[in-house]
Design a protein around this ligand. Structure first.
Ligand code: PHE
Length: 454
């Protein structure tokens, strides 16, 4: 195989494809971020908006990304160039790749915190401590979290180094189901804590007056973030999917799996938050403060805690792999750089970007830009701006540029599969998704404030 002509890899089994796509979607977004932003935005009402965004916008965009990717069989730049020759749509690739670098730069930090909790769980050192102090001591430290983020990047490199089939597929299909089982055990424990009902009420009973316009944008942004949409991950993975796979079923399966895991995380966290009289809006530390309490109440808690943080760490790695893959596929195919070199190059740059994010809770905690730490600002920009704008571009591209009728053969595997919701899909992709995203972006005063417009 010559370096100038990288051979395109593809996913082997059908389950492997779903596992990899679900592996990208399921990650820290579901278990770390979903509970804490739901807590910050008042609970039930936020959840409903989030679910509406998932069903109405997330699902059709997921199907669009898979089918665009598979139709083009190329990286994001190549795909836009091939599907809309002579047009400037391939510039979307710049936004997608920027989003990948941005997300990776803070995602690796949070994944690092997760990894840091593994040795703490094994040694049982958390048990006698105030959990919130213990978390603060970790994330405000200079070196430890930084080193853990580098370890995350190192393992990501190792995983991705072996290519698509062997790397991504092999690990995700065993470990994701294991995480699911562990979460079911945790649900049982959490629901039997005192005052568990209060937590469920917080999560499921909507209090609409707690919902703000920026909360709505946050829900939309998180729908994209959690499903890994709006930045070409699913397009890139789509390009590795075999022609025989049913993309409609697959999109639905990934969306359902992702949403289920987020809901399960909520059902684990909020009863515990109320049982231990913690604040639901305690921010990014929420799971690090509540979960050790839940584990403490379990027989063999330290073992479960070790297993949980290990599996969550792996779930995070299957997401970091997908982030790196977007950039690696872009530069190997567009710039004709050998895959292995590309992986090192990309991860190297990501390692540099990780530094200011990792220091955001320590040395750089007082260095605020637009009132946010580097970490907070990059998370806001990526989830609430880059991804929704990326989703807007994808819906406009499918709805108005290449048009749904030209994507239909890809979605139906050349007419072999029925496409019952064709009409609804077309209406959503052409009108509902772009208009809704645009309006939410505009009305989110936080966004306009951040850039000094309001
Ligand atoms: N979906 C991942 C999660 O929920 C994060 C992610 C976002 C991964 C965007 C890839 C692209 O953790």
């Amino acid at each position: 195989m010559s370096n100038n002509l990288p051979k395109r890899d593809s996913f082997g089994s059908k389950f492997g494809v779903i596992a990899a796509a679900a592996g990208s979607a399921v990650g820290l977004g579901n278990i770390w971020k979903f509970p804490y932003i739901t807590g910050e935005n008042g609970g039930g009402a936020f959840l409903i908006i989030y679910l509406v965004c998932i069903a109405l916008i997330g699902l059709p965009i997921m199907l669009s990304e898979f089918s665009l990717g598979r139709k083009a069989n190329l990286n994001v730049f190549g795909a836009f160039k091939k599907l809309a020759p002579g047009k400037s749509w391939y510039w979307s690739g710049v936004l997608f790749n920027t989003a990948a670098f941005t997300i990776m730069s803070y995602y690796a930090v949070v994944a690092g915190w997760i990894f840091a909790y593994i040795p703490r769980s094994i040694s049982g050192s958390l048990a006698g401590q105030d959990f919130s102090e213990a978390f603060k001591a970790l994330n405000s430290n200079t070196w430890e979290p930084l080193i853990w983020s580098f370890i995350v990047l190192g393992i990501t490199t190792f995983f991705i180094y072996s290519g698509i089939k062997k790397g991504i597929e092999r690990y995700t299909k065993i470990l994701m189901p294991l995480l699911l089982i562990l979460m079911i055990i945790l649900i049982v424990r959490s629901l039997t804590l005192p005052n568990a009902v209060d937590g469920l009420e917080f999560l499921f009973a909507p209090e609409w007056d707690k919902l703000t316009p920026s909360g709505v944008l946050e829900a939309l942004g998180h729908a994209f973030f959690s499903l890994s949409l709006g930045m070409g991950v699913m397009m890139t993975y789509g390009s590795y999917i075999k022609k025989s796979v049913n993309l409609q079923t697959m999109s639905l399966q990934v969306v359902i799996a992702d949403t289920m895991i987020a809901l399960m995380a909520g059902i684990i966290i909020f009863p515990a938050v109320f049982a231990y009289k913690l604040a639901p809006d305690s921010g990014p530390g929420l799971i690090f403060v509540t979960l050790p309490g839940v584990f403490k109440e379990m027989p063999g808690g330290m073992i479960f805690q070790t297993l949980f943080f290990s599996l969550l760490g792996i779930a995070a790695l299957t997401s970091t792999m997908s982030l790196v893959e977007v950039v690696v596929s872009s530069i190997t195919e567009q710039l004709k750089i050998a895959r292995k070199k590309a992986v090192f190059l990309v991860v190297g740059v990501m390692a540099l970007l990780v530094i200011p994010n990792s220091l955001s809770y320590g040395l750089l905690a007082d260095n605020k830009i637009f009132g946010k730490t580097v970490f907070g600002l990059l998370d806001f920009m990526a989830s609430n701006i880059f991804l929704p704008v990326g989703g807007l571009l994808i819906s406009l591209f499918v709805g108005w540029v290449i048009k749904v009728k030209n994507l239909k053969s890809e979605i139906t595997n050349n007419g072999k599969l029925p496409f019952k919701w064709h009409g609804i899909y077309k209406f959503i992709i052409k009108y509902i998704a772009p208009v809704a995203i645009f309006i939410i972006l505009l009305y989110a005063t936080k966004l306009l404030e951040t850039f000094g417009v309001l």
